[in-house]
Design a protein around this ligand. Structure first.
Ligand code: HEC
Ligand code: HEC
Ligand code: HEC
Ligand code: HEC
Ligand code: HEC
Ligand code: HEC
Ligand code: HEC
Length: 410
C-alpha cells in the first residue's frame, strides 16, 4: 500500500515536471526554431539596452496593424484619398479592424483589412492585407511630413491597385522572420505562399546578434559568469563583417543568393547577394536604402582604418534629430586642435560645431520614393540623409549639390 502510494506520487511528480518543462519551452517557442528565444528574454539580463531598444525604428519597423500602430486618420475629414478616375478610398474603422474601402460615386467597390503596418513612422508608413496565402500592398500609404494619406510609392494616381503582391524581400528587411513556402507551379517556376500571422515583427535582438538560446541557458545556469558566452562578440569581427551586418539591409534591393533571414553576425554580404555587374555610379544611386555604398565611397571611410556604422550610430538607441550628438562623433576625428577640422572660414567654429551634418550630409530628395497626397499633381519625394559625406553647396533652388569629392589628391 505504501509502496503503491509512493509510486503514484512519483508518477505525479514526473508528470508535473514534464508539464513544467513543456510550459517552459512553449514560452520560449520562436518561429525561427530551437536556437532562438526572442527579445523579451534578453530584457532580464540586458534591461538598459532592451528598454532603450524598444523605441527604435528597428523595433517598430513592422507591427500588427492596430489603432496604435497605424498612423493617419480614420474619421472624416481627412480619412480618404481620391484617385483620378473618381474612385475614393476611405480609411474605415470597423468592429473587425481597420479597412481601406473603395467607392465610386458613393457605390461600394471593395474593402481590404490592414494586416501589417510597415514603417516605424519616421517618414512614411505603408500597409499590407492578406488574401488566400499572399500579402498585398494597400494602395494608400501615410506620408508623415504631410500628415496625410497619399498614394503608395510606385502606385498609379489614376486608380487604386489592390493586386500588388508583397514578396519576402520586403519582409526580409522589415521583419525578423516571416514564414513562407516556395511552391513549384506548372510552367512558372516557384511562387511564394505565406502563412498568415506567422511573423516576428520588427528587427529584433537576434536578427542582429544571431540565435541566443545557448547564451541564455548558459548565463541562467552560471549567474556569476561576467564574460558573455555562446554569442558572437561583435568586437572580435573584422571591420568588413561589422559593415556587412548593417549592409545586408542598408545596401538596397538586389537579387539574393539565399534568404537574408539566415544572416548572422560574421556572415558576409557576398554570400547573400549576387555581385552587381552593372553597378551604378555612386552619383547615380538613389539615397533610399543605400547607406552602405554611399558611406563606403566617402573619404572619411576611404582614408581611415576600421570606420563603420557604429562610428556614428548606437544600434540600441534613437538618436535621430540630435545633430549635436552626431557632430560630436565627427569631432572624434576632425578635431579643432589639429588640422583635421572644418576649413570653412565663413562661419565661426562655435557655430560649425553645433551641426556638421546639414552641410556635409544634407537631406536630399529620393527619386525612387515619391508619394502624391490628395489634390496634388506633383508627387512629394521622401527626403533622406545622404551618407556620401562631402562638401555641398546650396544652389539657386535651395537644393544642395555635391561640389567635391575629395579635391586633387591632398
Ligand atoms: C541570464 C542572463 C542573460 C540573458 C537572458 C541574456 N544575456 Fe547576453 N549576456 C549576459 C552576460 C552576463 C553577458 C556578459 C556581460 C555583458 O556584456 O553584459 C552577456 C553579454 C552579451 C553580449 C555581448 C558579448 C560580448 O562580449 O561582446 C551580447 C551581444 C548579448 N549578451 C546578447 C544577448 C541577447 C541578444 C540576448 C537575448 C536573446 C541575451 N544576451 C540574453 C547574460 C545574459
Ligand atoms: C534586417 C534588416 C536591417 C538590419 C540588419 C539593419 N537595419 Fe537599420 N534599418 C532597417 C530598416 C527597415 C529601417 C527603417 C526603419 C523604419 O523607420 O521603419 C532601418 C533604420 C535604420 C536607421 C534609422 C533610425 C532612425 O531612428 O532614424 C539607422 C540609423 C540604422 N537603421 C542603422 C543600422 C545599423 C548601424 C545597422 C547595423 C548594426 C543596421 N541598421 C542593421 C533595417 C535593418
Ligand atoms: C533591402 C532591404 C529593403 C527592402 C527589400 C525593403 N526595404 Fe523598406 N526600407 C529599408 C531601409 C534600410 C529603410 C530606411 C532607410 C532609408 O529609407 O534609406 C526603409 C524604409 C522604408 C519605409 C519608411 C519607414 C519610415 O518610418 O519612414 C517604408 C514605408 C518601407 N521601407 C516600406 C517597404 C516596403 C513596403 C517594402 C517591400 C515592398 C520594402 N520597404 C522593401 C530597407 C528595405
Ligand atoms: C541593428 C542591429 C542590432 C540590434 C537590433 C541589437 N543590437 Fe546589440 N549590438 C549591435 C552592434 C553592432 C553591437 C556592437 C557595439 C556597437 O557597435 O555599438 C552590439 C552590442 C551589443 C552588446 C554588447 C555591447 C554593449 O553595448 O553592452 C549587447 C549586450 C547587446 N548588443 C545586446 C542587445 C540586445 C539585448 C538587443 C535587443 C534588445 C540588441 N542588442 C539589439 C547591433 C544590434
Ligand atoms: C573615424 C574618423 C572620422 C570620422 C568619425 C569622421 N571623419 Fe570625416 N574624414 C576622415 C578622414 C580620415 C578624412 C580624409 C582626410 C580629410 O579630408 O581630412 C575625412 C574627410 C572628410 C571630409 C572631406 C570630404 C571630401 O570629399 O573632401 C569632410 C567634409 C568630412 N570628413 C566631414 C565629416 C563629418 C561631417 C563627419 C561626421 C558626420 C565626419 N567627417 C566623421 C575621418 C573621419
Ligand atoms: C560619419 C557618421 C555616420 C556614419 C559612419 C554612418 N551614419 Fe548613418 N547617419 C548619420 C547621421 C548624422 C544621420 C542623420 C541623423 C538625423 O537626421 O537625425 C544618419 C542617418 C541614418 C539613417 C536614416 C536616414 C534617413 O534620413 O532616413 C540611416 C538608415 C543610417 N544613418 C544608416 C547608416 C548605416 C547603415 C551606416 C553604415 C553603412 C551609417 N548610417 C553610417 C551619420 C552616420
Ligand atoms: C555652414 C556649413 C558647414 C558646417 C556647419 C560645417 N562645415 Fe565643414 N566645410 C564646409 C565647407 C563649405 C567646406 C569647404 C571649405 C573650403 O575649403 O573653402 C568645409 C570643409 C570641411 C572639411 C575639409 C575638407 C577637406 O578639403 O579636406 C572638413 C574635414 C569638414 N569641413 C568637417 C566639418 C566638421 C567636422 C564640421 C562640424 C564640426 C563641419 N565641417 C561643419 C561647410 C560646413
Amino acid at each position: 500500500m505504501n509502496k503503491r502510494l509512493l509510486s503514484v506520487l512519483l508518477v505525479m511528480v514526473a508528470v508535473v515536471t514534464v508539464l513544467c518543462r513543456c510550459n517552459g519551452s512553449s514560452e520560449g517557442k520562436d518561429l525561427r526554431g530551437e536556437g532562438f528565444v526572442g527579445s523579451a528574454t534578453c530584457a532580464t539580463c540586458h534591461k538598459a539596452i532592451y528598454d532603450s531598444y524598444l523605441s527604435t525604428a528597428h523595433n517598430n519597423t513592422s507591427r500588427a496593424a492596430s489603432d496604435s500602430s497605424v498612423l493617419g486618420r480614420f474619421s472624416s475629414p481627412g480619412n480618404n484619398f481620391g484617385f483620378l478616375n473618381g474612385v475614393n478610398v476611405v480609411m474605415e474603422k470597423r468592429d473587425s479592424g481597420l479597412f481601406q474601402v473603395a467607392y465610386l460615386n458613393g457605390q461600394f467597390q471593395e474593402a481590404h483589412r490592414f494586416e501589417i503596418a510597415i514603417g516605424s513612422g519616421r517618414k512614411a508608413q505603408t500597409h499590407v492585407y492578406f488574401k488566400g496565402d499572399q500579402y498585398y500592398q494597400l494602395p494608400v500609404s501615410y506620408l508623415v511630413s504631410a500628415h496625410d494619406w497619399a498614394n503608395s510609392p510606385g502606385f498609379p494616381a489614376s486608380h487604386p491597385r489592390f493586386d500588388r503582391i508583397v514578396n519576402t524581400a520586403c519582409f526580409g528587411c522589415h521583419t525578423s522572420k516571416t514564414v513562407v513556402r516556395n511552391i513549384q507551379e506548372k510552367g512558372t517556376g516557384f511562387t511564394e505562399h505565406f502563412e498568415k500571422g506567422q511573423v516576428i515583427y520588427g528587427i529584433d535582438c537576434e536578427r542582429c546578434h544571431g540565435p541566443a538560446a545557448d547564451h541564455v541557458s548558459f548565463h541562467k545556469e552560471n549567474p556569476g559568469q561576467k564574460q558573455g558566452r555562446f554569442i558572437t562578440r561583435i568586437d572580435t569581427l573584422k571591420n568588413q563583417q561589422k559593415l556587412d551586418m548593417c549592409a545586408v539591409c542598408h545596401s538596397g534591393l538586389k537579387p539574393a543568393i539565399q534568404s537574408i533571414f539566415n544572416f548572422k553576425p560574421g556572415s558576409l554580404l557576398k554570400d547573400y547577394y549576387y555581385p552587381d555587374f552593372n553597378r551604378p555610379k555612386v552619383s547615380e544611386l538613389d539615397i533610399h536604402g543605400t547607406q552602405y555604398q554611399l558611406f563606403s565611397a566617402s573619404q572619411c571611410f576611404v582614408q581611415s582604418k576600421d570606420m563603420n556604422c557604429s562610428s556614428c550610430h548606437n544600434p540600441h538607441a534613437t538618436e535621430r534629430t540630435d545633430l549635436k550628438v552626431f557632430s560630436q562623433r565627427c569631432m572624434n576625428c576632425h578635431k579643432e586642435a589639429d588640422h583635421t577640422f572644418c576649413t570653412n572660414s565663413t562661419v565661426p567654429a562655435a557655430t560649425l560645431k553645433q551641426n556638421c551634418i546639414d552641410c556635409h550630409m544634407p537631406s536630399l530628395p529620393s527619386r525612387s520614393i515619391t508619394l502624391l497626397t490628395n489634390g496634388q499633381t506633383k508627387p512629394t519625394p521622401d527626403s533622406i540623409r545622404t551618407h556620401l559625406i562631402g562638401i555641398y553647396k546650396p544652389d539657386v533652388k535651395g537644393v544642395v549639390e555635391l561640389v567635391t569629392g575629395r579635391t586633387n589628391g591632398k
